[in-house]
Every structure is written in structure tokens, then in C-alpha cells.
Design a protein around this ligand. Sequence first.
Ligand SMILES: [Zn+2]
Length: 395
Amino acid sequence: MLDFSDLSVVDAHCHPYRRADNLSADEWVNAVSFGGGSPEYLQAGGIEVDAAAQAMLQRVKRDTLYFRYMLRRMAEFFQVEATVDAVVAARNRAIKDNGYGVYAQGLHQAGKIETLIVDDGHPLPQVDLRRFRAQVGVEVLPVFRIEALIQQLLDEDSAWPEFQRAYDEGIAMALSDGGYVGLKSIIAYRTGLDIDPRSRSADQGMVALEKIRRARGRSGDAIKNLRDHLFCRAIELCIDFDAPFQVHTGMGDWEVHLDACRPALLMELLRYPAYRACKFLLVHTGYPYHAEAGYIANALPNIWCDLSEGLPFAGNAGARIIAEVLEMAPLSRVCYGSDTYGSPEPFYTSALLGKQALAQAMQQLINDGFMSEAQAREAAKMILSDNARELYDAS
Ligand SMILES: [Zn+2]
């Protein structure tokens, strides 16, 4: 069996987290789990969050394969029993004994994680990146989420000339003095990926903003027209600054439009002549529509896919996802990513799972005569770190 555990990792898409020294079992589960709702989610539906509802929320989080895997790897790390109580007690004790920074750095080092490309649009309020850097002790390169800027400008009630100038300046500042290495969009959560590439036309933004201001509301065609226009403008700025554009595709939390997040919806935009110079990263490789993303990364030259979210949150699907993405995507266009957040533990266990899934997928390719063992190792190295380094020009 191949073993890639010694290879270093660049996490092409993840989120910064806040220091939390002493967590209860339930708090830790909430911090490191994917999905399954929250008390706020139930309350917004008029459901009373009593003890039974709390227990139900905890249960669905703890019953995912992702969670079971993470818990077992952490139990091995601490050499304790694979129960939530034992792992959380060991975690809290390690932080108390050695300090939070030593603990977090130890986990990142154990996973051989060298660089985190972080989207600081989540969580909100934003995590202080200087403090986060000092805590984790690895290279942290942030990407700038355009929707945060758009929301701020919508709230400011400015007219179009001012809006347009502030948008351009905000992005230019982020990509120059701000230290951001790329842009990120979650338009799949807002108005969907069916973006008309001609939305850049001179008047579309102005007319849409005018309508929104007059209607004092942000729904309907006007907000879509405005978001599409601003998305296209962001592409132009990425080209100007030679910065990659991360676009959320595929699954996310419960708010995502699961029918408007397919990578295929982006095809018209991605191949539009004016945007061909932009480097796009299809975040989450569009999982569960990852074969579409893999095809696009093959058919068009400037498209990268990151494996985050399917890896680690789809549990044992990692090797299958990698194999299916690589059916079409070139080896040089696929990057490891985790989309993890909340606490250092899932960053570490996701790196382990990523290496394990890669080893399984590559072993199958060797068995089937597609590559030698040396080539499989080289491909794993590309996917785990080299491709992201090349994309973000980070050496
Ligand atoms: Zn994310």
C-alpha cells in the first residue's frame, strides 16, 4: 500500500478559527462538525429547543462517518478511548498543560500542513489573521470574499458612481497592500452560478443598483443583475492583478442553492473570450457534481479544482471522488483542500484522510496500468501541495 503520510500539505481552501481552550463535549462537537443544523436553525422555524432537540442536534452531528473518522484519529493521537468525552478531555488537558499555540502547532505539524489558504469571510465576525497566524505557526494566505464588500456597499446606500469606485478600490486594496492572494465568491449561495458573461455591460450595474435603491429591497432580477455584474468585474480585476478567483461550487451549508451551484452552469462564463486569462479555482470541485468540474478543468486551460468538503465531510468517499475528478481533470489542476474550520483537530485529521484517500486512488491507478509507483508519488505531491503553490505563486 502506498504511504503519503510524509508529504507536506497546502490546504487550498479552509477557514481561520478562534482560540478556545476549554470546551465542553457538545461545544467541541459543534465547533468541528459539518451541517446538521443548530439551535438558531430550529428556532427560526418556530421549534422550541429543549433538551430533546439539543440531544437530536448533537446526535446527527456525531453520527456522520466524517465525525467517526475524525474522532478515531484524534483518539489515536492522544492514545485515549475513541469517545467524545475522552478525546475532549485529552484536548483540554493538552492545551492547559502546553498552551494553545503549542497544541495547535503540534497538530498542524503532525499533518505536515505547511500553508493554509484561508477564506476569512467565515466565521463572522472575522478572525484576526495576525493572531491566527501566531497561533497556528504555519503560513496563512487569505483570499478576499467579494460578497462581504458587496454587502457593506449595499448597506451604505451610496449611488452607483460611488458604489462602483468603492468596489474597485476595495478589491484593488485587498489584492495589493491588503495581502490577499486571491478573490473568493459565494454567489452560488446568493443568486446562483448561471451568470451571464455579458453582465459586464456598461450600464447593467447602474440600472440594477438604481432599481434596488428605489424598491428598497434586494430581491428579484435587480439583485441578480447587480451580483452578476460585480462578479464579472471581479474577474477583470483578478486578471489585472494576476490573482486566482475561488468560486464556490457544489455543496455547502443548508443555505446553498443545491440546484444553482453546479459547475456546468459556469461554462458559458468561463469560456467567454474576455475572461479566458483569469485563473479560476472551482471550490469543492463542485461535489456532488465533481465530474462536471473535472471535465471543465480538462476542456479549458485555466481551471483548477480543490477537493475540499467532499474531503473530509463525505467520509469514505474520498478515494472515489479523487478517482472521478481525475477521470478528466489533469493531475496538475487538482488541489487538496479541506474546508475545515473551528478548531485545529479537523485540519489534522482531514490531512490524514486526504493522504489515505490519495493513496487508495493512486494504488488503483497503478494496478490498472496508468502510472508507476514513482509517478503516483509525484502526482500525490502535486495534488497535496505543488499545484496550489503554483496557482497562488507561493514558494
Ligand atoms: Zn469554505
